[in-house]
Design a protein around this ligand. Sequence first.
Ligand code: DGY
Length: 323
Amino acid sequence: PEARPRVWVSQPLFGDIIAGLDEHFEVDDTREVTAWSPAQVARKLADADGALVTLNERVGAAEIADAPRLRAVANVGVGYDNLDVAALRARDIVATNTPDVLTETTADMGFALLMAAARRITEGERWLRDGRWTQWSFDTLLGHDVHSTTLGILGMGRIGQGIARRGALGFGMRVLYHNRSRLPDRIERNSRAAWVDLDTLLRAADHLVLVLPYSAATRHLIDAAALAKMKPTATLTNIARGGLVDEDALADALSAGRLAAAALDVFEGEPAVNPRLLALRNVVLTPHVGSASLATRRAMATLAVDNLVAALGRGPRAGDPPT
Ligand code: DGY
C-alpha cells in the first residue's frame, strides 16, 4: 500500500482537533510547548510532506533546503511573516494561514487594550494592589477619553475594519485610517472610516492602533520621527507585530511625556520584552494574546488542519461546496 504522507505539528494545539490529521497522515505531533531552533525545524521538515506551524517557527530557505518531500506549510495564525513565502513558492510548496476566524476576537482585544491604555486600567490595578489607595480623590489616575475622540487605524484589513466599526458605532469616534491603498467606498462606508495619508493619521489620532502586516518595508514604521508627530495626549496600541515599532523610541516618548500611553500585545524580541518598557507605568503589556479566546483558537486550529489536509490533496479545498 502507498505510504501515508507525514506531517509535523510544531506545537501542542487541541488534541481533539489535531486528531483529525490521523485519518490522512502519519502525524509527528508535539506534546509540550517547545522553542524549536532553526536547525531543529529543518530536521523536522526533512522527512515531512506537510507541516502545521505557528509564529514561533521560522520556515525559510534554510529550513526547507533538505526537505525534498515538503509540499505544504499551514500556519496557525493570520500573520505569516515567519514564512518566507518566496522561498516556499520557488519550491512549489503551498503556504496557508488562518484569516477571518480571528478577526472579531482580535478586534475586541485591540479595543480592550486601547481602553486600558487610555483609562489607565492596568496601572490603576497595580496601584490598588500595591496598597496605595488610601482615600478616594478627585484627581486619581486621570486618563483620556475614548468616546467622541479620533481613532486612527494603521492597516485597514479585516481586523482594522473591525476596530473601526467598534470605534464608530460603539464609541462615537471619528475614524481615520491609512493603508497602502485606499479601500473601496463600500468598505469605507461599512467601517465608517476615512482614508488619510500617514502624516495626517499620526497628527490627528487621539488613539492610534497598529494592525498592519510586518515586513522589511514596515519594520520600525513607528520610529522617533513618527512618534514626534503624535499628540502628547495620544495612545498607541500595537496588536500586529512588535517589529513595527522602534521600542526604544517609544520608551523615550512615553517617559518624556510626549505620548500619554501605549498598549502592546506584541514585541520585537518576543518573548523577551524591552526592559525599558517593563519599567514604565504608562504601558499596558500583554503576551501576544490578541486572538486568544478559546473559541477562536479552536477555530484557528480547525482551519489550519483543514488547510493542510486540502493542500496535501486529501480533502475538499477551502471554499469548495460541501459534498
Ligand atoms: C496571528 O494570527 O497572526 C496572531 O499573531 C497569532 O498567531
